[in-house]
Write a protein that binds this ligand. Structure first.
Ligand SMILES: [Zn+2]
Length: 413
């Protein structure tokens, strides 16, 4: 070693106590993903002994995180007892701050949205927006007692570890805004802040399309475009927590490349975002009253909408080609605010382009899937952030002593 590089590489070892904490969380995750499920199947999927599974399932049931689902029918011998997640075990609040609105959701432990708030936001300063977001949180909080935490999703780029927005091309005036600090001071809950694409990717991984796959790249289409990376069921956030900023990768270097909100030309989001679709309609002088009108225009095969889709699909296909080279993901999940019919058409066109280009290499093409959570993906993902932070089987955090036993965590809730 030449001594010039400050070393950051280290590894924590695990002791028996760590193994127990990890196994609790692994079993809870398996019940969430595959429930209703029997103890024998949990043991098979986790490679744990029947005795370990029996003990942990009993503990999780006692504190109410999982519950009895009755017995499996039509089986020889004694039918196996089944277990599922208890939806009422805990609730979480998620807020999604966009340029012109704040969506808030109260989500149960099974990922169902139990309550919603929506505030149209015409406020210029971060302070005013945060105040409105706090009002949304308080409104939702009143509706339930057992709140595990608060998650907030914003357009990136983020300093995830310090919970602040570094700057935001789609949010004028937002520079170095300490969002986590603001909410931690005003609530008595764990607060997790992340960019909307990563939050939506985690939401899809817990409760949507991503449940079926271990590793995927999520492409979030909203006012801008973002990317969320899930590796083996865990978000990959990067060194500063700012990974996945796909929207500002330059796709078009030609002279007349489109101008992006960030000031550069030819960015991915200048071709794929809702902003770019609305801009195309504006330039062509096509009037509309929002997304439902645009869906009608799509059904009527409006020329401007079709041309936008064609260009967007070509850029998306190229981006997916690059992501395949970089990550070799199991799947690509595309979702966000783009209305369902347009999203489906975009994916179909893009898949066709990739197949035509790749030809014989078809086997190596990842599945391109449509996100299941649609326009609430970021708000629901925000609500999942504290759940993921506190109870996902995160080996590194357990060995650093940052995760208590679930029994301790639930004690007194
Ligand atoms: Zn840009």
């Amino acid at each position: 070693m030449n001594g010039q590089v400050e070393p950051t590489r280290s590894r924590n070892g695990a002791n028996l106590g760590h193994a127990h904490l990890l196994n609790q969380r692994v079993i809870l995750e398996i019940v969430r993903l595959h429930g209703p499920i029997s103890r024998v199947d949990i043991a098979r999927l986790t490679a744990l002994t029947n005795q370990t599974v029996f003990n942990i399932v009993e503990g999780l049931q006692q504190i109410g995180l999982i519950r009895d689902f009755g017995r499996r029918t039509a089986e020889r011998g004694q039918p196996a007892k089944l277990f599922e997640i208890n939806a009422d075990a805990a609730f979480s609040v998620g807020l999604h701050l966009e340029r012109d609105h704040i969506t808030g959701v109260l989500v149960d432990f099974k990922g169902a949205i139990r309550s919603r708030t929506y505030r149209a936001r015409h406020l210029e300063t971060p302070d005013q927006a945060l105040k409105q977001a706090l009002d949304s949180f308080r409104e939702l909080r009143q509706r339930h007692k057992r709140i595990l935490g608060l998650g907030i999703a914003l357009p990136g780029p983020m300093d995830f570890w310090n919970g602040k927005v570094i700057f935001s091309p789609n949010f004028p005036g937002w520079e170095q805004v300490k969002v986590q600090d603001y909410f931690t001071r005003r609530t008595d809950l764990p607060v997790v802040v992340d960019n909307d694409a990563t939050a939506a990717a985690i939401g899809e991984s817990w409760f949507g399309t991503g449940r079926a796959v271990n590793s995927f790249v999520y492409i979030y289409i909203g006012v801008g475009v973002g990317g969320g990376i899930i590796v083996d069921g865990r978000p990959y956030r990067g060194f500063r927590g700012g990974s996945g900023e796909l929207g500002h990768l330059v796709m078009d270097k030609s002279k007349n490349a489109k101008l992006c909100g960030c000031g550069k030309r030819g960015c991915f989001e200048a071709y794929l975002s809702l902003t770019s679709l609305i801009q195309c309609l504006k330039e062509a002088g096509v009037r509309h009253r929002g997304l439902p009108d645009i869906v009608t225009m799509f059904i009527q095969e409006n020329e401007v909408v079709m041309t936008w889709l064609k260009t967007a699909a070509a850029h998306l296909a190229e981006m997916i080609g690059n992501l395949m080279l970089l990550f070799d993901p199991e799947a690509i999940v595309v979702g966000g605010h783009l209305p369902g019919p347009l999203l489906a058409s975009l994916i179909e066109r893009c898949t066709k382009i990739i197949r035509e280009k790749r030809g014989a290499e078809t086997v190596r093409i990842p599945r391109i899937l449509q996100g299941a959570l649609q326009d609430e993906a970021a708000a629901l993902g925000a609500a999942v952030l504290p759940m993921d932070d506190l109870i996902a089987p995160n080996y590194e955090r357990i060995t650093r002593g940052e995760h208590p036993s679930l029994l301790e965590l639930w004690d007194g809730r």
